[in-house]
Write a protein that binds this ligand. Structure first.
Ligand SMILES: *Cc1c(COP(=O)(O)O)cnc(C)c1O
Length: 424
């Protein structure tokens, strides 16, 4: 084993350091496997109930009327997430697009959107109009309010109650930390927050940005009262096989509005050719619980490796996981670059290139990204990224297999050692 790792560029010292850390993680890995087993059964049950068969894998073109494969996939998703309806489409280009559809379909001029969990994900700032943009919700007369988390990262219920008013139509809860060093929320915590908000205003709609959270736990936010859960198919639920797409699962009322917004009023869910993507969407969903478990093992391994070396990790080495993201505060631009070089060098695709910071659209500071992915930008595949700004934290996620995630972390460690940034 040492020899094959040496051939890949991992020194014996780095490999052995990794093995020492791994020896302490057996119970953690067993618990991750148990959740994957549970979620695999959940997905299988939804597929069996909806009698998935080869006709569902047929391609449709043009309008995509009577696309039984697409309609059945949406029933499968609705059953997996325990919702009345689902919109699962290749025409949803990314997570930000899915969230934009969900927000703009369910907010009208004069309505207010509330985030009770602090600032939303970077790309949503322009969607909402926190940063000025053409076609933002703000431009259409939708206002935005925010209740920040308390200093210890918990919900500020008094502030949230104070921010809910007559105009509060929709509340958005982001499950994953995104590019922040706050904790990600467990589904149980989100359930409590939903219950609180609905207690203050029973008819308020709750949307959960579910990106990176799917299949990490046994429950999803839609099991605990969310009206919509929204995410990207090039993250967890696409299982690495979906080459594009997004989903919105929720109440029939909310999802129908989303479909009218995505296509056109009156057309809604009836149109949208699947372009031959059904095999990838079904099979990706089928593999997703296992893929997510590999990514989680990688995250737990990374936290244990880097925390031992003195770097702050969110979540820390021993905490429970609520998403697949691992933040490691490397403290410098050089640290971020070395880490990303290692992830890149470990990739099956583009392993020979060197990641460099750039001004990525939608983000307000330079971002560095390492990804050698089969699907461009896919972050269920092994990837690391982060904005070049204090505290210089890298966000590490994904890995279609645990073994690849492991190599990525060992290579990152190797590059940090080579750059003289750490000593084992
Ligand atoms: C990835 C992500 C999004 C959407 O990002 P896209 O790159 O547009 O898919 C939104 N919210 C969170 C928390 C995310 O992690």
């Amino acid at each position: 084993m040492e020899t094959i790792y040496e051939a890949l560029g991992v020194s014996r010292a780095v490999y052995e350091y990794g093995e020492t850390v791994l020896a302490s993680l057996k119970d953690r890995f067993a618990a991750i496997d148990q959740n994957a087993e549970y979620n695999q059964c959940k997905v299988l049950s939804a597929m069996q109930k909806n009698r998935v068969n080869a006709t569902h894998f047929a391609a449709t073109t043009g309008y995509g009327y009577d696309d039984e494969g697409r309609q059945n996939l949406e029933r499968v998703y609705a059953d997996v997430f325990h919702t009345e309806a689902a919109l699962v489409r290749p025409q949803i280009t990314c997570g930000t697009h899915a969230l934009t559809v969900a927000l703009s379909a369910n907010l009208l001029p004069g309505d207010e959107l509330l985030s009770p969990v602090g600032a939303p994900y970077d790309t949503l700032e322009e969607v909402i109009g926190i940063r000025e943009s053409k076609c933002s919700l703000k431009e259409y007369g939708v206002t935005y309010a925010q209740a920040d988390l308390k200093a210890d990262g918990t919900f500020d219920y008094d502030a949230i109650r104070a921010k809910i008013n007559d105009r509060t139509k929709l509340i958005t809860i982001q499950r994953s930390k995104g590019y922040a060093t706050r904790p990600s929320f467990s589904v149980a915590q989100i359930g409590e927050l939903i219950a609180f908000c609905k207690g203050v205003k029973p008819d308020v709609k709750i949307m959960v940005d579910n990106c990176y959270g799917e299949f990490v736990e046994r429950l999803e936010p839609s099991d605990l009262g969310a009206d919509m859960v929204v995410g990207s198919l090039i993250k967890n639920p696409g299982g690495g096989l979906a080459p594009v797409g997004g989903y919105i699962c929720g109440t029939s009322e909310c999802v129908e509005r989303c479909a009218y917004r995505l296509s056109a009023p009156g057309l809604g869910q009836e149109v949208g050719a699947n372009l031959g993507l059904m095999p990838a969407f079904y099979q990706g969903l089928f593999l997703s619980p296992t893929v997510v478990s590999g990514a989680l093992k990688g995250a737990v391994f990374a936290a244990n490796v880097y925390e031992k070396l003195g770097f702050a990790c969110v979540p820390n080495a021993s905490e429970d996981r609520h998403d697949i993201i691992q933040a490691v505060t490397l403290g410098s631009k050089e640290g971020m670059e070395a880490f990303c070089k290692g992830i890149q060098a470990a990739a099956p695709v583009d392993s020979y290139v060197t990641p460099e910071p750039w001004a990525m659209p939608g983000y307000d500071s330079d971002v560095i990204m390492a990804a050698g992915a089969f699907v461009q930008g896919s972050s269920i595949e092994l990837s690391a990224d982060g904005p070049i700004r204090p505290p210089y934290a890298i966000y590490f996620q994904g890995g279609l297999t645990w073994y690849h995630a492991k190599l990525g972390i060992l290579m990152s460690l190797q590059k940090m050692v080579d750059a003289g940034l750490i000593q084992l």
